[in-house]
Ligand binder design. Structure first.
Ligand code: WT7
Length: 657
């Protein structure tokens, strides 16, 4: 049996299949039902459809070189530049005055960048980066909230062939330092601060703290976001963004020709060990896959206004706010604020005002909208919407139907898209112009994505049975390696089901899933030491190691518990050293230590003290049992426990918290 990681939702029977409306199908980018078969027959040449969405400095002759699997090389003899593909070619095509980015600020302000304006900003900052000494292949770390300088900087890096490493602005100083150290990054772009719930929040002091602990010298660029609201001082080797770019006003920088497999960026995410993993994405494979899935799944047209409400600090924002939409030359909306400020209709007001065509968000958000009620979307005209998307967690049938009816007016297909930082782009979902939707199931794998649900031995399980989600053929968007090292890459993703080099290489996602008789996949949750909290991927081991740093803590086990409303929270089970009084003070220290080590997103919802953690006879902490307790589920088999008497105590402590 697959041992799920507290993320397991009740698998409600999928809702009744729903066909996409013909009004949608008539205009969809992909409508050919035969596409699944074609891709299978023509593999890997089928991926020319993705490659040909881009413009290449040197056309590729080879689609895939798999001689060094699992290090697959896509379009290996092709050369291109990502910034050129997202900017210059649209100017050349006469679309310079078309809006590229529609930015909506936290305080109701908005800004539009046409493709021409974005081109200018990117060139100026690229010139500034060069002046600072950034060379091809130098990693530039970007630690910014959702302000236009963030995508500008990403494209500037891409222009000069410097991989970016964007670190989510909400992560702590320690988390930033770990990532910069691991990537040996000598350049940092941050800002003075940003508004959080109306107050000025200091980002630069976090960045400065991170810099203090680094062994390398770092040049820092600071965006002045808050002006008078939060005055700041520049230290040694720190530069003002506006001053730097003003010095390069009107300059252009020739896009650097990159090999298709050269690194476009790295993105740190939680893996199965405590350390964050630096997932490496290529220029040609990644960009073509982001563009292809934006075209085929999100149905993006150049004249659309596309809004993905994720944060660019995570992969969803990289692929579907920045690279996919801009590669296709569309208008992408970027929103800095939260859905409930100044009121709970904020998102719908933005959809209405900008006539958004495609809206892509997360189940946590959809569940919040549902709780707030229909009066908020009802205040606005949402008829511009053509397609809705969901990503990050399972979307259950009830919120699916609410989203379909109250946001989509019953007329927009919904794509429930499964993918990961490592897949680079969407891998499992319906093609909205082709397939029936089944609420509750993500859908069939995309054409040529050979996703299979398997048992411990790697054999496919039958319909409706739990198993591990694997992908058995390579695809262009896949991570090329881990920055931490090639061996780590193989260990983390490829060893579970391919033990020897002679085996076929099988990619293991870390998720449990089921597949139904029509091949639709329902995701059950993580099976490894990773938990998914409100769409944030967290390593339980990373949180545990932060807690173990607290004075008085003897042992800690962190699990994800689903409390009532299908929401996963962080539960920390802690035992203290002899003579150490557990209590509120210690609990507060534990919470603040986790916030300092990782960030508020990893904050334990509950800290539960227990005299001992439940352990197997071989001394392993039985996390599965703790997950069941945290979620209030029936307890599974406890016969392997060495200390079964502890279970009652832990249950009682969890309930009274
Ligand atoms: C994990 C990846 C790139 C997506 C955003 C998060 C979970 C993702 C779904 C979905 C159920 C989903 C999986 C996956 N997940 N999409 N449609 N249904 N679960 O990227 O941070 O790399 O997290 O998110 O557990 O492994 P990520």
């Amino acid at each position: 049996m697959v041992d799920r990681n507290g993320q397991g939702r009740d698998v409600s029977p999928s809702g009744s299949p729903t066909r996409p409306p013909s009004s949608f199908v008539e205009q969809a980018n992909v409508t050919d039902e035969g596409i699944y078969e074609t891709f299978e027959d023509e593999w890997p040449e089928c991926w020319d459809r993705a490659g040909s969405l881009l413009e290449w400095d040197q056309e590729y002759e080879t689609i895939l070189d798999d001689s060094d699997a699992p290090f697959y090389r896509w379009f290996p003899d092709g050369k291109l530049n990502a910034s050129y593909n997202c900017l210059d070619r649209h100017l050349e095509a006469g679309r310079k005055n078309h809006a590229a980015i529609w930015w909506e600020g936290k305080r109701g302000e908005s800004e539009t960048y046409t493709y021409r304006e974005l081109f200018v900003a990117v060139n100026e900052f690229a010139a500034a980066l060069r002046e600072l000494g950034v060379e091809e292949d130098d990693v530039v770390t970007i630690y910014l909230p959702m302000i236009p300088e963030l995508p500008v900087a990403m494209l500037s890096c891409a222009r000069i062939g410097a991989p970016h490493s964007v670190v989510f602005a909400g992560l702590s100083a320690d988390a930033l330092a770990t990532r910069m150290e691991a990537a040996d990054s000598e350049y940092l772009l941050t800002c003075d601060g940003y508004y959080r719930r109306g107050d000025a929040f200091n980002q630069k002091s976090k960045a400065d703290n991170a810099l203090l602990s680094l062994s390398q010298d770092v040049s820092t660029v600071v965006v002045d976001r808050l002006g008078e609201d939060l005055p700041h001082v520049l230290g040694e080797n720190q530069y003002d963004y506006d001053d730097l770019t003003a010095a390069h006003e009107g300059e252009t920088v020739e896009p650097v020709t990159r090999d298709a497999e050269d690194m476009l960026f790295l993105m740190y995410t939680s893996g199965t060990t405590g350390e964050p993993k630096g997932v490496v994405h290529s220029t040609g494979g990644y960009l073509s896959y982001a563009a292809w899935t934006s075209h085929a799944v999100l149905d993006i047209k150049p004249d659309d206004t596309h809004w993905c409400s994720a944060d660019i600090g995570w992969i969803t924002g990289h692929s579907y706010i920045v690279y996919g939409p801009l590669a296709l030359g569309t208008t992408t909306v970027m929103y800095e604020g939260t859905p409930d400020y100044p009121d709970r209709d904020r998102l719908w007001e933005i959809v209405d005002r900008n006539a958004v065509d495609v809206f892509y968000t997360a189940p946590t958000a959809i569940q919040a909208f549902m709780k707030w009620g229909t009066e908020y979307p009802d205040r606005h005209d949402l008829t511009s919407l053509r397609l809705l998307g969901s990503v990050g967690e399972p979307l259950s049938p009830r919120p699916w139907r609410w989203y379909h009816e109250h946001i989509g007016g019953g007329e927009c297909p919904i794509v429930d898209t499964w993918w990961q930082t490592e897949t680079g782009g969407i891998a499992i979902t319906t093609l909205p112009g082709v397939s029936e939707m089944k609420p509750g199931a993500a859908g069939p794998p995309l054409p040529s994505i050979d996703a299979r649900v398997v048992d411990d031995d790697g054999a496919a399980v039958g319909p409706g049975e739990d198993g591990y989600l694997t992908i058995q053929t390579p695809w262009p968007g896949m991570a090329t390696t881990l920055y931490d090292g090639d061996d780590e890459f193989v260990e983390e993703y490829w060893r579970q089901f391919s033990e020897s080099e002679d085996d076929e290489w099988v990619y293991f996602s870390g998720d449990a899933a089921q597949v139904d008789e029509d091949g639709y996949v329902t995701i059950l949750g993580r099976v490894d030491d990773v938990i998914n909290v409100a769409g944030h991927r967290l390593s339980t081991m990373e949180i545990e190691s932060a807690i173990l740093d607290v004075d008085g803590v003897a042992e800690a086990a962190v699990v994800g518990g689903t409390s009532g409303a299908n929401r996963t929270d962080v539960y920390a089970y802690v035992s203290t050293e002899n003579d150490y009084e557990p209590g509120d003070a210690l609990s507060r220290t534990i919470v603040s230590t986790v916030e300092a080590a990782i960030g508020p997103i990893a904050r334990p919802e509950e800290v539960i003290f227990t005299s001992e953690l439940p352990k197997t006879r071989s001394g392993k902490i039985m996390r599965r049992l703790l997950e069941d307790i945290a979620s209030g589920d029936e307890l599974g088999d406890t016969s392997a426990l060495r200390n079964p008497e502890i279970v009652g105590e832990i249950q009682a402590a969890t309930r009274t918290e």
